[in-house]
Design a protein around this ligand. Sequence first.
Ligand code: BDP
Length: 603
Amino acid sequence: MANKLLYPRNSATRRVVSMDGMWNFKFDYKQEGEAKDWKNGLKDPIKIPVPASFNDFFVDKDSREYAGDVWYETKLYVPSEWKDMDLDIRFDAATHFATVYVNGVEVAQHKGGFLPFNANINEVVKFDAENTVVVKINNELSRQTLPIGQTITLENGKKMVKPYFDFFNYAGLQRSVRFVATPKESIVDFTVNHHLDGEDARVDYLVETTGESQVYVTVYDEDGIEVASAKGKEGTILVKNARLWNVLDAYLYTFKFEIKDGDRLIDEYKQEIGIRTVEVKGTKIYINNKPVYLKGFGKHEDSDVVGRGFNIGIMKRDFELMKWIGANSFRTSHYPYSEEIYQMADREGFIIIDETPAVGLFESLMNFLDASKGSEVKFFDNPEVHKETLDHHLQVIRDLITRDKNYASVCMWSLLNEPDSTTDSSVSYFEALFDLAHELDVQKRPRTFANIMMAPPGVCKCSHLCDVISLNRYYGWYTKGGYEMSDAENGFRKELDEWAKYDKPVIFTEYGADTYSGEHKLPSVMWSEEYQVDYLDMQHSVFDSYDFVVGEQVWNFADFQTTEGIMRVNGNKKGIFTRNRQPKLAAYKLKQRWESLPIGFKG
Ligand code: BDP
């Protein structure tokens, strides 16, 4: 039985109650929460908002940098009307480990900070009464967590995380929490796969339920008119004259799934679904049999004050900016994003490269910056990586595909970001990931991973596994920046000449230059807004000379928070927009370029 990951929705048979708001909260500095039974409730707590990262609310550094357990608590009132239903608390995410207690009893444990899980409370719930919900969350990093990092203890006894990645290790209940009541016999999951047939579409579907009663599927168009229907847990629906989901021209049908016993409705679940196909042929990517060129960004879920907390206003602004600038795609670098973002991408017609949280798979005793110097490159030589880390990675892929498979916007899976793909020991690890993604995804979407600069053709041992090759490249920034830019360009072209031999589509999932907003200089110098423009011009002239380069996603959409260090000025400044979502000079240049490139560029 699939993990219950359907997005929580009210329907004729289902009840969803938001648990977002102010929760009680405590740092567990002395690691005493277990011994003192905080699972029963918190004494002298402070208040904290959910959803949000806890880090940036506080004015002291110990709170912001805190590593270890934190405890959240709230009350949940459950009416007895729902006593015959299946009762779950649905966490959209809890970063990175969570243990959930209801009325003092442990009801769930979950590893991984960016995918949903349920805590079933059937056995412990008190009806017509307040239930105490306590969540213990741990944000420590290790070689077995995704993302990867280290947790050290300072001489003063305080713990500190050392991420092997370039974004702040925000944590807490960063996404919504909901109480969900579903019928005992219910729809657990469904999967759709699309085929185009002239003007029509055939949609294969599979519905998973907890019982044996009859399943019905009805499809409605955007005007609410019924256009097709079918009966049974598995089958094919014919949608005549189908209006397809196209890039920046989305169309969403509503699929209604029902379980019925005669006329009695047992369960109902509705979801908007875009009908489209995705395919790779030769060096091109096709959506609905038409070649597409990807324009857009690597992003982060990151904003002022709430950190990585889902922020519906920031989401709206980001989509408006992406439309303004002429983008058509983004990568969920470097972890699966909040589900609302995929729903918005479905509605707006954006292509998503959906990434796992597998970042930092590079051996380094220091941090991300050392890793990127390639000082030590033996991550996959470590046997334990092939057990616990791989097991977790495979579980993340299972949950990611279960959660996101039906979104039309999701057109590619990115299984890792900048791993050490240069050793023989990496190959079997990668094969396991690529095989699993292929097996689980009925739509057989292209698989990729974001390749790091130190793994060029001939050195990378895993690129052959990719359906699309994704490159993160910084010629003219990390190598040969400034007046050496012409040499950078030559090196860049030499590398691309080698990738040509793979005969696969190549996209750039990262290229960018740190740019301090408001810093101007003519002629340009590195870090100035003018330099970001010069840098992008060079990159684009290179991309445009290679027919197999079919996508460009600038690093990054906006400035974002990182760990402090000598390479970062209160965060990474490669944004085309500032952290508060205002344009830098390069935004206008990109807008000019992207508005002039047709969707089928190089097709
Ligand atoms: C790449 C990483 C990304 C970093 C970026 C950078 O994939 O997370 O933020 O470089 O250095 O190595 O800006």
